[in-house]
Design a protein around this ligand. Structure first.
Ligand SMILES: [Zn+2]
Length: 294
C-alpha cells in the first residue's frame, strides 16, 4: 500500500501539470473564439474617386440617353417652374443689363470642351460649364483647366439620367454623388444645378432647395444638341438673344453627337454679340448669386 501511495504522490504533480496545460490551451481557444474573425476577401465595390456608388445607382440604367434622342421637354415646363419658384429657377438675368451668359452642358470631354476652352481663352470670355459627374472623373485635367481659366462650374447630375424616372431618394443620391465628385476634382462646392433635359418637378425643386442649390435654366436654346451647322447655331442664338439672356449650348455629348457646329460658331457669336454691346459673364454674376456653397 505504501508503495502505491508513494507512486500516486509521484504522479500527482504530473497529473496537475497535464490538467493545467489542457485548461490553458482550452482558454486560448475560448479567447480566440471571442475575437473578430479575419474578414473574408470581398469583391471591391465600384469606386469613383474614393466614392462608393450606392447599389441603387449601380443597378439602374440611369444614363437618360443622348440629348438628340431624349430631349423632348417642353420649354414651357421650365418657364412654369420659374414662375412658380422665382427664387429657385432662373431663366435669365435682368433685362436692364447688357450682360449675358454662355453656358455649356454635358462637360467635360476631350474633343469639344478643349476646343471651346481655347476659343474662350482667345477672346478672354468666361462661361459656365454644367458638368456630368461621371464624365468629370474621366477628364480631371480638363476639369482643372475649366476652373483655372476662370469659368464657373455647375452640377448637371452624376449619370445624366432622366431624373423624372428616379425616386426622390435616388435623385438625391445622384445629386450628392455629382457634388462630391466635382468637389474632389476641383475643391468647389457648386451652388448651381441644371437638370438633364431640363426636367423639373416640385419634389426635385424642393430637394435642390434643401441642399442649397439654385436651378439655372436658360432663355436661349442654341439647339446645338441636334447636330446643327455653325450657321444654324448662330441663327438660333442671334434671333433670340436679349439683355440678360442665358444661352444654352453643349461642350460634350453622346458618341453620336456632333458639336462641331458649336465650336465653329463660337468665335462669330462672341464677336458679333460683343459688337452689339453685350458683355459675357458667368451665371453667378448675371444673377447676383454666389457660385459656390459655403
Ligand atoms: Zn445635358
Amino acid at each position: 500500500m505504501i508503495k502505491i501511495n508513494q507512486y500516486r504522490l509521484f504522479l500527482f504533480p504530473i497529473f496537475l501539470f497535464l490538467i493545467f496545460s489542457l485548461l490553458t490551451a482550452a482558454g486560448c481557444r475560448i479567447e480566440r473564439k471571442g475575437e473578430q474573425p479575419a474578414p473574408a476577401p470581398q469583391s471591391k465595390p465600384e469606386q469613383q474617386n474614393n466614392l462608393t456608388v450606392p447599389p441603387q445607382l449601380q443597378g439602374l440604367e440611369l444614363q437618360g440617353g443622348s440629348e438628340s434622342t431624349s430631349r423632348k421637354i417642353s420649354k414651357d415646363v421650365v418657364i412654369d417652374y420659374s414662375a412658380k419658384y422665382p427664387k429657385m429657377v432662373y431663366l435669365s438675368g435682368s433685362k436692364r443689363t447688357n450682360k449675358i451668359a454662355l453656358t455649356f452642358d454635358d462637360a467635360p470631354d476631350n474633343v469639344y470642351t478643349p476646343q471651346i476652352l481655347d476659343i474662350l481663352k482667345q477672346y478672354n470670355v468666361k462661361a459656365t460649364f454644367f458638368v456630368i459627374g461621371k464624365t468629370a472623373q474621366n477628364y480631371p485635367d480638363i476639369m482643372k483647366r475649366i476652373v483655372e481659366e476662370g469659368h464657373v462650374i455647375g452640377n448637371h447630375s452624376f449619370n445624366h439620367a432622366n431624373i423624372a424616372k428616379l425616386s426622390p431618394a435616388e435623385f438625391a443620391q445622384d445629386l450628392d454623388l455629382a457634388e462630391q465628385t466635382i468637389f474632389n476634382l476641383t475643391g468647389i462646392k457648386t451652388a448651381f444645378y441644371r437638370s438633364p433635359y431640363g426636367v423639373l418637378s416640385d419634389e426635385i425643386v424642393k430637394i435642390l432647395d434643401d441642399k442649397g442649390y439654385k436651378i439655372v435654366a436658360w432663355s436661349v436654346d442654341s439647339l446645338d444638341w441636334k447636330g446643327l451647322t455653325a450657321e444654324q447655331v448662330e441663327a438660333n442664338i442671334f434671333s433670340n438673344v436679349t439683355k440678360g439672356s442665358i444661352i444654352l449650348q453643349h461642350s460634350a455629348g453622346g458618341p453620336e453627337e456632333d458639336l462641331s457646329g458649336t465650336v465653329k460658331a463660337l468665335p462669330k457669336i462672341i464677336e458679333k454679340l460683343q459688337q452689339q454691346g453685350y458683355q459675357f459673364v458667368t451665371v453667378d454674376k448675371l444673377l447676383n448669386l454666389p457660385a459656390e456653397k459655403k
